[in-house]
Ligand binder design. Structure first.
Ligand SMILES: [Cu+2]
Length: 146
């Protein structure tokens, strides 16, 4: 709620509505789900909003806290949840793509140290043509507002 208010205030304070270099691409509601100790993977979630009139493509992600990060999508196939690797994720002009449980997620592989609820980590997202964005992901037990 406070965050929404701050965003509204930022918007009302006049142009530019988006910071220089933003390229009309907003990244919101980023979080990582806390996993049991020793877990080899964690899942990261966020919302990508493309306010521009050109397609944006998420082409990769990385973080010093993980050996690697992949984009996955969970889909129901014959009643079974199945994760498929996504080489890229396209955000069409004017559209938003939600990374959320049971859908798209960042698959965070092999954490280099324990991550507990309350920690914050940084993940580098690469967009074409939007460029590189460093996003803070709080570690939580459940979705923001959920
Ligand atoms: Cu996955």
């Amino acid at each position: 709620m406070l965050r929404a208010l701050l965003l509204l205030l930022a918007f009302l304070s006049g142009p530019p509505a988006f910071p220089a270099g933003d390229a009309g691409l907003a990244v919101d509601d980023a979080w990582v789900r806390e996993a049991p100790p020793g877990a080899m993977t964690l899942a990261g979630y966020l919302v990508l909003r493309n306010h521009s009139d050109q397609k944006q493509v998420l082409t990769g992600a990385s973080s010093p806290d993980f050996a690697s990060i992949m984009m996955h999508r969970t889909e129901q196939v014959d009643g079974m949840a199945r994760m498929t690797h996504q080489q890229t994720v396209v955000i069409p002009p004017g559209a938003e793509v939600r990374f959320a449980p049971n859908g798209y997620h960042l698959m965070l592989m092999n954490p280099k140290h324990p991550l507990r609820s309350g920690d914050t980590l940084r993940i580098r997202l690469e967009f074409d043509p939007g460029g590189v964005r460093e996003i803070e992901f709080p570690v939580r037990t459940d979705a923001p507002g959920g």
